[in-house]
Design a protein around this ligand. Sequence first.
Ligand code: CP3
Length: 345
Amino acid sequence: MSSQSRNKFLATLDGHVEATPPVWLMRQAGRYLPEYRELRAKAPSFLDFCYDPKLASEATVQPIERFGFDAAILFSDILVVPDALGQNVRFETGEGPRLTPIANAADLKALRESADQSKMARVYEAVEIVRSRLPAEVALIGFCGAPWTVATYMVAGQGTSDQAPTRRFAYEQPEVFQALIDRLVTVSIEHLVQQLKAGAQAVQIFDSWAGVLPIAEFERWCLAPVLAIAKGVRAQIPHAKIIAFPRGSGVNLPRFEANQDIHALGLDTSIDPAWAAAHIDRQLVVQGNLDPLALLAGGRGLDEAIDRILTAFADRAHIFNLGHGILPPTPIAHVEHLLRRIRGG
Ligand code: CP3
């Protein structure tokens, strides 16, 4: 690698401590960007947009061209997996996803065993286009939803605040729920492997709803499936770099340490960076964890929050990010300010 094409994000995932951390933002391609809103208007539905290699690749590259982040994340959605398994998935404008709920063993049986490759091939084509457009110093991240988080949408048929329908399903029909989780583990391994083969250099597993489960269920439905995916991906692609983002895991975060397959842990907004620096093994790279609302609000509170994160992780491998996705009303000037403050100058 020449010094000019040095990839700071990948070096950090390898454990190098950089003078200033690499930075990308969850949901960095999205509605806060006017160019995204313009592009999004070209597809009839959100899923059509995700499955259009030209539009999806363009949306992925937009925030890199505007801000020069150190990594791009593929523009897609975690719910392409249930869609490609044959579940009915729609996105209602302003209301979020709507799926035909999985209520029992018969509904699960009606789904495909593996994802429809005529749909997924278009996602991997987007990955190829993006990789060919990005300079070598910008990394490309692929992703999937963790089985628990994807299952919450598949069972409830929509987002809920406490995932009560899916928690209840898991208690009442544990064998059926286990079969659903196992199906998602298998399909997610395949989905991540294909993204890596198409040009993604790291993958992130989003477990956005890991925080709602008691400990035994956390171990069974979050920790075990995420580790199984990481292991399965690395069995096929030994050099694959894997970031886990178990949002809301709190003091259970160190449970991700005892394996060799997870390289980085995404920290959500609630984690004190000083606690994470003291309690998460230095072998694990940390990523996060600015409050998206602090970025939206700006001002002195934003600067203090950025500095607290930079100080806590100054002497260890750290990828700067938000603790959850960027919010649509976030001013672009605040993102520019964030980058200046992190990078200096
Ligand atoms: O820039 C990126 O981060 C890449 C693209 C990306 C999207 N969704 C695009 C998107 C990624 C990585 C996701 C992950 C995702 N999708 C998660 C996990 C992360 C998290 O936010 O917790 C979840 C739970 C979903 C499911 C999902 N997709 C919901 C609940 C919604 C509706 C809420 C919303 O923000 O509108 C979506 C839609 C969605 N996915 C949008 C985008 C840009 C907005 C729709 C639009 O622009 O028309």
